[in-house]
Design a binder for this molecule. Structure first.
Ligand code: PLP
Length: 395
């Protein structure tokens, strides 16, 4: 009987968080659960970053800051963009937010009008469509299958653009597939965008350093600097520095829109936590070699998981380029079990083996499961053993 807003009725809670919660519930009830659902590094935040936060507390850096971020952190972000991405930004082109999630939320609210279309290649990070809907935009989902390594092609982009298109979302390395767009692919997408000057781009670079491609990381601006005035670069410290709980993300882009996003934030959460900002500043300015062992571990686990999955009858998984996710096809198993979807499959898997994965349905491309391998190697080995045993039992 309680009436909710049409806005909230149109969205669903984050499915990845739902899996994590379900696994935690079963665990609390005494079941032996292996949670491969959570999208966060298992590593501890590096010590010098924690020390900076502790110093901030002890120095009384515990008050409101500027809504868009402290001058020190913004300077560190600008230096990071120059150092790692060869991109130039002025302070009024940067907005620091409470996580990358809020960066995109601010963008949707500040940039979209009712009916504006947002092109979202699937499989996608779960929040893009729902945040678009909250902002009364229209998600235009473009299915990108495994034969194209889950990436949108220039031809698909061209076909999806209409006069109402406002934004294209690119996420590389990708959650949930770990795929990275090559320079060539980005160049081809940029050629399409040049023909449609009304379309902006959101480049979500959240997993930037976690790659093992032969090409170094680049986003669309690196191959098409002429798109600078209509590109937003979204990034953050959550995944790169094992800082998911600190809640710091940042956006860079055209000053006028960044300012509008800042206004949205000023009427919702104001500044991100002062202490977390001090920590993020230390992360960006500090030694970058702290990332190396984490990236090496992710690569090692990637190899372990992809090889292990491909040994299981009924499961296939493409090797990925980065992040810490494996997106594996489970279609033959769904069929063999007489199930209707990969959501039902993941429920079956959890019940049968205690292994929690996120079904591909959540990411807009069914028939798959996403395994987050940001967990100990031994845990992954045990999870693979259980999945294999369960798959073999189907016969
Ligand atoms: N973008 C992508 C592609 C993600 O996977 C995530 C987190 O899962 C985010 C953005 C948001 O990160 P956070 O809000 O934790 O900084």
């Amino acid at each position: 009987e309680v009436r909710l807003s049409d806005r909230v009725n149109a969205i669903k809670p984050s499915p990845t968080l739902a899996v994590t919660n379900k696994a935690a519930e079963l665990k609390a009830a005494g079941r032996d659960i292996i949670g491969l659902g959570a999208g966060e590094p298992d590593f501890d935040t590096p010590q010098h970053i924690k020390d900076a936060a502790i110093a901030a507390i002890n120095n009384g850096f515990t008050k409101y800051t500027a809504v868009d971020g402290t001058p020190g952190l913004k300077k560190a972000i600008i230096a990071k963009f120059k150092r790692d991405n060869n991109l130039d930004y002025a302070p009024n082109q940067i907005l620091v937010s409470s996580g990358g999630k809020q960066s995109f939320f601010n963008l949707a609210l500040a940039f979209l009008n009712a009916g504006d279309e947002v092109i979202i290649p699937a499989p996608f990070w779960v929040s893009y469509p729902d945040m678009t809907i909250i902002a009364e935009g229209v998600p235009v989902i473009v299915k990108c299958g495994e034969e194209q390594r889950f990436k949108i092609t220039a031809a698909q982009l061209e076909a999806a653009i209409t006069p109402k298109t406002r934004l294209l979302v690119l996420n590389s390395p990708s959650n949930p597939t770990g795929m990275v767009y090559t320079k060539q692919e980005l160049t081809e997408l940029a050629e399409v965008l040049r023909r449609h000057p009304h379309v902006y781009v959101a480049s979500d670079d959240m997993y930037e350093p976690i790659i093992w491609t032969t090409e170094p990381f680049h986003n669309i601006l690196n191959v098409a600097p002429d798109l600078y005035d209509r590109t937003f670069v979204l990034n953050g410290v959550s995944k790169a520095y094992a800082m998911t709980g600190w809640r710091i993300g940042y956006a860079a882009g055209p000053a006028k829109i960044i300012n509008a996003m800042k206004n949205v934030q000023s009427q919702s959460t104001s500044n991100p936590a002062s202490i977390s900002q001090a920590a993020a500043e230390a992360a960006l300015n500090g030694p970058q070699d702290v990332l190396k062992p984490m990236i090496e571990a992710f690569k090692r686990r990637h190899d372990l998981v992809v090889a292990g999955l491909n040994e299981i009858h009924g499961i296939t998984c493409l090797p990925a380029d980065g992040a810490f996710y494996a997106y594996a096809s489970v279609r033959p198993l769904i069929r063999a079990l007489g199930l209707k979807s990969c959501t039902e499959f993941s429920e079956w898997l959890l019940e049968k083996t205690g292994v929690a994965v996120v079904p591909g349905d959540a990411f807009g491309l069914g028939g798959y499961m996403r395994i987050s391998y940001a967990t100990a190697d031994a845990t992954l080995v045990e999870a693979l053993r259980r999945i294999k045993e369960a798959a073999d039992s189907i016969g």
